[in-house]
Design a protein around this ligand. Structure first.
Ligand code: GLY
Ligand code: MN
Ligand code: MN
Length: 438
């Protein structure tokens, strides 16, 4: 027997907010599918962020049909109780348990979805549903919507439109409530502490995989269920691959190590990158380039405030990094021209940051009506300038080959400016040198 791990009023409150925005329509959201890992074993399950956001329900094979202003309003379809299945994979709430524990008006077995949905779509002219995530469900929903549309056309009520809900739900998720900011803050604190554990464990001869293990242990000990995304532990030239996935190399003295990792706490994830020398001591080149990127990163963080835009921050990042590239003889020519021709992208091919929340690249539009959107209090974004010089890049100074540096913090926009949620994660050279290998 289990009981919900979260205060259910969080989820009913979110549905209420959604209801005000889509009144008269119906929102259908499904659980993430389960994926096979090997033979009959699944990957660890993680609920879809929107499904969790509006229900708090963590089981697969479930669907919420939300009909603001109608009766019944919130209807869930879930796995039925099944003693023999539960013997293998654990407790299921079943329809009764869901109705009792998850504050919904009705609950059915998932096998009843096709039978019940037509009734729930009666007299509805707009359905919010995201296509192309679960093709099997798409086919079922489309068939029923089509039937409902035919029924409506016979009574001259017009067609049914299907709308992608992610614009509306993204607008809710991008503005963190106090509770959400608290969860986000804790995820970031835990991630910062776990990075410190990795710094302490770093030494020549250790494998990237062992450091990954140190991070996992540290976040789980502190209450995280999992990582927020695939952890990157990249030594040497591996750090020049933006989303390096192998995590299997041995760290060697003389190399820099890039660790991009975040823990997921109550479905909110941190996203921190730190780069430092495996030996614990920056060599002169590493120190010079690192300090330049750190100065720029701090300048970008300090520029976060309401009314600022990510677009402007990106322009500042490009300008600062292009200066560094010219200074370090990675690029030659007039700065304006190098930017115009996007030459900087050879060594800085990504953006300055992204929204952060339940998804590492979180929901919410970046532009409104074609214009960069203004930052508002409650938004969380990453600031992560970087410089990457692959070992085989043509015509670059030899001492920069194989150097990949990214420094990433998570920033909450406040009424008056910003709060750096990852401030506890050291990034000054002296702090790093005193921690590595200790
Ligand atoms: N960890 C992925 C990113 O920084 O975007
Ligand atoms: Mn990031
Ligand atoms: Mn990252």
């Amino acid at each position: 027997m289990r009981t919900p791990q979260y205060d259910i009023s969080i989820f009913t409150g979110r549905r209420k907010e959604l209801g005000q925005k889509i009144k008269g329509s119906v929102y259908i959201i499904a659980a993430n599918p389960e994926y096979y890992r090997n033979n009959d074993v699944h990957h660890p399950y993680r609920q879809d962020s929107n499904m969790f956001y509006f229900t708090g329900f963590e089981e697969p094979n479930s669907i919420l049909v939300f009909r603001p202003g109608r009766t019944p309003e919130a209807i869930m379809f879930v796995q039925e109780k099944d003693v023999s299945q539960e013997t293998w994979t654990g407790f299921r709430y079943g329809p009764e348990g869901v109705k009792k524990n998850y504050a919904v008006d009705e609950a059915f077995k998932i096998s009843q979805f096709e039978q019940e949905l037509p009734k729930l779509l009666k007299d509805v002219d707009q359905v919010y549903y995201t296509m192309f995530i679960n093709r099997e469900l798409d086919a079922k929903v489309m068939k029923i919507v089509e039937q409902s549309a035919w029924a409506r056309s016979r009574t001259n009520k017009g067609n049914i439109s299907i709308v992608d809900p992610r614009v509306v739900t993204g607008e809710l998720r991008i503005r963190k409530s106090k509770y959400e900011a608290d969860m986000q803050r804790r995820a970031c604190e835990i991630s910062a502490e776990a990075h410190i554990e990795v710094m302490k464990a770093t030494k020549p001869g250790i494998n990237e995989r062992a450091l990954h293990g140190v991070f996992l242990r540290a976040i789980m000990e502190r209450g995280c269920a999992r990582e927020g995304y695939g952890t990157i532990v990249a030594t040497g030239n591996g750090a020049t691959t933006l989303h390096y996935v192998f995590n299997d190399q041995t760290c060697r003295a003389g190399e820099m190590l890039l660790v991009d990792a975040g823990g997921e706490f109550n479905y909110f994830g941190g996203d921190i990158t730190r780069t430092y020398p495996v030996s614990g001591k920056f060599n002169p080149t590493q120190k010079r380039v690192y300090q330049k990127i750190l100065d720029l990163q701090k300048k970008l963080v300090a520029a976060v405030r309401p009314g600022q835009t990510r677009d402007l921050l990106q322009k500042e990042a490009v300008s600062g990094l292009t200066d560094i590239m010219i200074d370090e003889k990675l690029l030659m020519g007039r700065k304006e021209e190098l930017i115009e021709k996007r030459e900087f992208a050879k060594f800085y091919p990504h953006g300055v940051g992204h929204w952060l929340g339940m998804d590492v690249h979180d929901a919410g539009l970046t532009d409104i009506n074609g214009e960069p959107r203004l930052l508002e209090p409650g938004f969380v974004l990453t600031i992560e300038p970087g410089l990457y010089v692959p070992h085989d890049a043509p015509g670059v100074p030899d001492d920069l080959r194989g150097l990949g540096i990214r420094i990433e913090d998570d920033i909450l926009v406040t009424e008056t400016g910003y709060e750096n949620l990852t401030v506890k994660c050291p990034k000054e050279i002296s702090e790093l040198e005193s921690l590595i290998g200790q």
